[in-house]
Design a protein around this ligand. Structure first.
Ligand code: SF4
Ligand code: SF4
Length: 422
């Protein structure tokens, strides 16, 4: 049973005996804040955006297992960069899914700028992510345009007012969506002298209207080589005054320690320096070999002779294994129902977790990426199942078996094959 009170950032009463670990699985960012510099990792530096290594989801689980063994007081696993979780949604969602599966009693937490969060609202709720922090520095595009260098959405880059306006609209929708799903939401506001220090009360008022639970006013950290690198860091007295005013609208977090993206331990006793070696060692481990623990191959077939179904069209997958003379059909497994977004493909990866490959006539980019990450290699081909199985088990190339993508049915998801099958 999850105890939502056991989050040391949201509940200062437990900060002496409940800790957190940040898993640095999200290196990319989709915006540029004028105070951010993620280029440096100084071993003595503690600030957001800094991490000694980046982990894949499976590496993150191996690392987490070791951390939890040594530090059982950790109650929260979070993703806080070093970029933004939803500029790296595949890594983020897979890491959360693996944690929830392996450690059902851990609280799950995320810190994001909010730009790319909307498509994952339901997925987060399904995984019982309980605490989310959104950094909102302005509630007018005019002030926001002084804080953000650019905002990238899909492949388009926005600047100035248009960038700040897009980011703000997404943030407001994300916060409302998180609250509608019952998550606890904290707002981080970076206080930047001469830019937004008088704007914090309007931010607090707007966030309160949306139902946010807590506001964390953080003094800007003047990072070298950034547009705000020469600004003075706000004095503690000025921060206290801002918190007092903003506190009229929202409860204030006053114990933030501005953690690294690979922080470990209690807030006031960060152990990331002593875990640096383990973190970097985990980041260098290889993924399991293609066939390790995966004796079977899954096949999408209409009649059981040919590979002739698009991944999203298959209601069932045939599971094949090697036999004395050729191959044997072991069983059929039901495919997860459509309509779960990317979680449908994570669920399929779970269904096929003992399969080294899945043979399909075609599939979209999103399921392909998810299945690959989960260790099930998707193979696009057309022709007899036996030919595909022979080549898979012999470790041979399947390039010559690849069918044409054109002419496939759109029944699975309404998108053209290869267009991103969600
Ligand atoms: Fe840096 Fe975070 Fe801003 Fe991205 S959202 S630019 S990682 S501070
Ligand atoms: Fe908690 Fe602040 Fe550290 Fe985030 S940066 S984990 S809010 S103490």
């Amino acid at each position: 049973m999850l105890n939502l009170d056991h989050h040391p950032c949201f509940n200062p009463e437990v900060k002496g005996h409940c800790g957190r670990v940040h898993l640095p699985v999200a290196p990319k960012c989709n915006i540029l804040c004028n105070y951010c510099n993620r280029k440096f990792d100084c071993a003595n530096e503690s600030r957001p955006g800094v991490s000694s290594a980046v982990l894949s989801p499976t590496q993150a689980i191996a690392y987490l297992e070791q951390v939890l063994k040594a530090e059982p007081r950790i109650t929260v696993a979070g993703i806080a960069g070093p970029g933004d979780p939803f500029a790296n949604p595949r890594e983020t969602m897979e890491t959360l899914r693996l944690i929830r599966q392996r450690f059902p009693d851990l609280l799950l937490c995320l810190a994001s700028n909010g730009l790319g969060l909307l498509p994952y609202l339901d997925g987060l709720a399904e995984l019982k992510v309980s605490h989310v922090t959104i950094t909102v520095n302005a509630v007018t595009p005019e002030i926001g345009s002084r804080i953000y260098g650019w905002v990238r959405d899909q492949k388009r880059v926005y600047r100035g007012i248009a960038a700040a306006d897009l980011l703000l609209r997404r943030q407001l929708a994300a916060i409302a969506g998180l609250k509608a799903r019952g998550l606890v939401v904290k707002i981080n506001t970076i206080v930047i002298p001469g830019v937004n220090e008088h704007h914090v009360p309007p931010v607090a008022r707007k966030m309160a209207e949306l139902g946010a639970d807590l506001l964390n006013c953080m003094p800007v950290y003047p990072n070298a080589d950034t547009p705000f690198g020469e600004l003075p860091e706000p004095e503690p007295a000025a921060m206290a005054a801002i918190q007092a005013t903003a506190g009229e609208f929202l409860p204030q977090m006053r114990h933030c320690t501005r953690c690294r993206a690979d922080a470990v331990g209690l807030l006031e006793a960060d152990r990331s320096p002593e875990w640096r070696g383990c973190l970097t060692a985990c980041a260098q481990t290889s993924p399991p070999s293609l066939s390790e623990g995966r004796p079977y191959v899954a096949v999408a077939s209409r009649e059981g002779a040919l590979v002739n179904l698009h991944l999203g069209e298959a209601d069932y997958f045939q599971i094949w294994e090697p036999a004395d003379r050729g191959f044997r059909l072991l069983e059929e497994r039901a495919a997860p129902a459509p309509g779960l977004g990317p979680n449908r493909w994570w669920a399929l990866a779970e269904t096929l977790k003992d399969c080294r490959a899945v043979l399909v006539s075609a599939l979209g980019d999103t399921p392909e990426a998810i299945l690959r990450e989960a260790g099930v290699i998707p193979v696009e081909m057309s022709g007899f199942i036996g030919v595909g199985l022979s080549r898979i088990y012999a470790g041979e190339s399947l390039t010559s078996l690849k069918g044409r993508r054109g002419g496939l049915s759109r029944a699975c998801c309404g998108k053209a094959p290869g267009e991103g099958c969600l």
